[in-house]
Design a protein around this ligand. Structure first.
Ligand SMILES: [Zn+2]
Length: 419
């Protein structure tokens, strides 16, 4: 046993470098023993990055689905991933793992991962491609099926995923989930890595007010009403419409940012990105951000024109933006996938009662509600307009709900998962 003097001697003989190394070793041992004493979490995926082997070609705890898989040295992180290959368009290849959640109350679960592809050909017209598929077994014995967006062609690493909280058929607490990285209804090769399943404890609700297209009425109608309540909105700007009749000019847009509104890009020309070339789609996303940023605007998020997208558009947009927002109707759970944020679109026919019901749902289920407005005028040539008097009543209703009103970016920070 050391006495105090001996310990002191050891310390003085040791260089500080050695001492600090020893210190960190103690910290690591402390953390390891600490983590061993904690109960294992129900939603923990075993061997999520395929780093642990089971025999020559398999990963521990991952089983064959369809044509199966092979563990390979091709990784997004670490050393190993898995390779799925199909030779016929009616085949499925994949790996599966069962996760027992045994939920007593319904909680949202994020299922995500990384995928790359080589010549994934969708000749059968299937929607799987390379995707993350899940069989979600509910406590009442029913089963919900869902998968992330399908990915096709040849492409580098893409982050894909979804949250069970956005799946309408997941309407009960979850018993267990079969998680399946899959290549389905297509030929080619897919590599998967870093599969992740995370269960969230919903604990907050919030509302975001978004105004699409950058029309003048965002400033002339919405701003004074929102100012009355101290609310900040997020506006989605179409670069080529800036300063056009009926649309805000650059100084007006800058003034919104100065008053803590968020500027979101809504492309250069408002083209449907799925109907133009991949190169053009990239320009619509990248160049609109760059042009806005050159004007001193901070632009982290993108609203997809017409809400149109596919796997390639999401992957390209993810290089530039924290989130791409489509126009699918719904609200967002804790642990939302930032490239699958749902909205509630306001049309001329939307009632105060409908808005109220969406806010009630958000509050009761601890979810993030993104409300999207367009033109704020009593007349319009399509359904995407709202009478200014109704707009005022709606914002009054939002205020009365007591829900926090936050920008889109703040919503992502509070609710969305990180890469
Ligand atoms: Zn639009």
């Amino acid at each position: 046993m050391y006495n105090f003097n001996q310990v002191n001697l050891i310390l003085t003989q040791m260089s500080w470098k050695k001492f600090s190394r020893l210190f960190f070793l103690f910290i690591i041992i402390f953390l390891l023993t600490g983590s061993l004493t904690q109960p294992a979490r129900a939603a923990e995926l075993i061997n999520p990055g395929f780093e642990e082997a089971d025999g020559d070609s398999k990963a521990l705890n991952w089983f064959d689905f369809g044509q199966g898989y092979k563990r390979v040295k091709n990784a997004q992180q670490g050393e190993w991933g898995i390779r799925l290959a199909t030779a016929q368009a009616n085949q499925f290849a994949g790996a599966w793992q069962r996760i027992d959640l045994n939920q007593n109350v319904q909680k949202p679960v994020f299922i995500g991962g990384w995928v790359r592809g080589n010549k994934i050909n969708n000749s059968s017209g299937g929607y799987f491609g390379a995707s993350l598929y899940a069989e979600i077994h509910l406590q009442d014995g029913s089963v919900a099926y869902w998968n992330s967006i399908g990915n096709f062609g040849s492409f580098g690493w893409r982050w894909i995923g979804f949250n069970t909280g956005t799946v309408a058929t997941v309407n009960q607490p979850i018993s267990h989930i079969f998680v399946v990285p899959v290549l389905g209804q297509a030929t080619g090769v897919a590599i998967f890595d870093e599969i992740r399943v995370t269960e969230f404890d919903p604990n907050q609700a919030a509302v975001t007010i978004m105004i699409d297209d950058g029309e003048e009425t965002a400033l002339s109608v919405a701003k004074p009403v929102l100012d009355n309540f101290g609310f900040k909105a997020s506006v989605a700007i179409i670069w080529e419409m800036i300063g056009e009749p009926g649309f805000m000019n650059l100084n007006e847009i800058k003034s919104l940012q100065s008053s803590d509104w968020e500027i979101v890009s809504h492309s250069l020309t408002h083209s449907d990105l799925t109907l133009i070339s991949a190169k053009q789609a990239r320009q619509e996303m990248a160049n609109s951000q760059r042009k806005l940023q050159r004007q001193g605007l901070t632009v982290r998020n993108f609203a997809l024109p017409y809400g149109a997208y596919n796997g390639e558009i999401l992957a390209t947009g993810a290089k530039f933006y924290s989130s791409l927002r489509a126009y699918e109707q719904g609200s967002n759970p804790q642990g939302a996938f930032p490239y699958d944020i749902k909205v509630r679109g306001i049309l001329e026919t939307t009632s105060i009662q409908e808005l109220q019901s969406w806010m009630n749902e958000a509050r009761d289920n601890h979810r993030w509600l993104v409300v999207v407005f367009h033109t704020l005028a009593s007349e319009g040539d399509d359904a995407y307009h709202l009478d200014p008097a109704i707009f005022s009543q709606m914002i009054e209703t939002v205020s009365q709900s007591g829900l926090p009103v936050i920008t889109y970016q703040q919503g992502l920070e509070r609710f969305a998962v990180n890469r």
